[in-house]
Design a protein around this ligand. Structure first.
Ligand SMILES: [Fe+2]
Ligand SMILES: [Fe+2]
Length: 170
């Protein structure tokens, strides 16, 4: 009896080789944009920082099993660092003449501890891709102070991704 065809027939190698570390990720070609568009993008980044903050608090509390004790403590540290990123982004949006948003992107939860770590890693890899692009965009608009603030955030997101990769033994 024939098995049902896999769902992702059109995805080919792209989805099959989804990067699991920042080093494997492709570098996006940064899109040129206006200052107003950059403010919108930064507000999207801000909503995702709030999401990460909330998600780490939930995961650190809900994760179960002694093998997760060390990473649970680390997730609390991550949560505090996401808070600091949110403050930095809100300041930068204000400096650019924008209004910092208060929206929170939807946090992901799971009853399974390993799935929580995978959700967290996906979020960090997404953040790394976004900030790489945002740094290039800040450079294009000659917003060097913003670029520096984003570089500081990116360094921490890369550390977060490595912590999660280690915990997942990737
Ligand atoms: Fe962050
Ligand atoms: Fe992070």
């Amino acid at each position: 009896m024939a098995k049902p065809a896999p769902k992702k027939t059109a995805a080919k190698a792209g989805a099959a080789t989804k990067p699991r570390t920042a080093a494997e990720m492709k570098r996006p070609t940064p899109r040129a944009l206006t200052r107003e568009q950059l403010i919108d993008e930064l507000n999207n980044d801000l909503a995702k920082e709030f999401q990460a903050l909330v998600q780490y608090v939930q995961h650190a509390a809900a994760m179960t099993g002694p093998q997760y004790d060390a990473i649970k403590a680390e997730l609390v540290v991550h949560s505090n660092e996401e808070h600091a990123h949110a403050i930095s982004l809100a300041d930068q949006i204000d400096f650019l003449g924008g209004v910092p948003g208060v929206g929170v992107a939807e946090a992901l939860i799971s009853p399974d501890s390993k799935t929580m770590l995978e959700q967290d890693l996906d979020g960090e890899l997404d953040a790394i891709a976004r900030y790489r692009e945002r740094i290039a965009q800040a450079e294009m608009l000659q917003e060097y102070g913003l670029r520096r603030a984003l570089e500081d955030i990116l360094i921490i997101e890369e550390e977060h991704a490595r912590d999660l990769q280690d915990a997942l033994s990737l």
